[in-house]
Design a protein around this ligand. Sequence first.
Ligand code: AHN
Ligand code: ZN
Length: 340
Amino acid sequence: MKNRLNLLTILVGSALALYSCDSAENSNAEQSAATSEVTKEPAGVQAPAFNADSAYQFVAKQVAFGPRVPNTAPHKANGDWIISKLKEYGAEVEVQEFKMRAFDGTMLNLRNIIASYNPEAKKRIMLAAHWDTRPFADKDSSNPDKPIDGANDGGSGVAVLLEIARTIQAAEQKPDVGVDLFFFDGEDYGQPDDSDLPYQDDTWCLGSQYWSKNMHEPNYKAKYGILLDMVGAKNARFAREGTSMQYAKNIVDKVWKAGNKLGYSDYFKYVNAPAITDDHSYINAWANIPMIDIVEYNMSSIDGDYFGDYHHRHSDSMSIISPKTLKAVGQTVLHVVYNE
Ligand code: AHN
Ligand code: ZN
């Protein structure tokens, strides 16, 4: 106790000294060491705890609906469930209904869901994920025509966003900024690599394409956005993805710094990865809002695939989901939001 008191006295003393003579040269080595201690950047706000078990249950719930393929009953049920959870968690919810033609000519009935907290705030952060799942398992050697569970690809991003909504609603202290949660539809109906049809541009990310050209609020602006895609697999690694680095390097730096500071250095790696097409591509290029993608990168890929071994295969099921990964991402994003 006495030691602590003494340390406190030294720290407060040198802080006062610094405060009262901050323009004076400081030639005393010992004092400048203590001074650098107190002038370190502030620790920041501690965000409320992100509950990994709750997030895990949100993945399981979605998978239990069945594959969330546009124009099917599980897709409809999942969309309705996301909307009702967001309302339950006190958000202002907007649903954008639209139709878009898929690469194979199918007309898709789609919904973007947008949930706002602190809608009056001018300074806003976008958090995004896609909520549809791929209609086939085109990378799988068995049953490639059957739809996938999409526990990670679709389920995980939604689960983290819903847990963030639940956490904000339950928290005594709310973020200073406005927070908008975007659930994009039709992300994963893109043209397969082995398609017999001629290659077409812009077949992925239909919901974010639509929103970028038809914002739910005309001239909607956010300071920046964070997209979550495949953020729930065991031992996931997140690298500095190319499109994110091109448009929003400062946000990548901010998020990676937060993740590492919070103890998630196993997940947020200071490794550069190639650019991919994902919802953030259209938000950056068409909507002009800087957005990064936290997306799993397969750092030990043997076949050169960017994504994990489960990607667009039937193995993308609950068995690959880890609450620890959901926690690393969710807590990091919450920290960033609470420190804006
Ligand atoms: C590419 O395959 C290049 N982009 C698709 C990104 C994606 C698919 N995310 C989830 N599923
Ligand atoms: Zn996918």
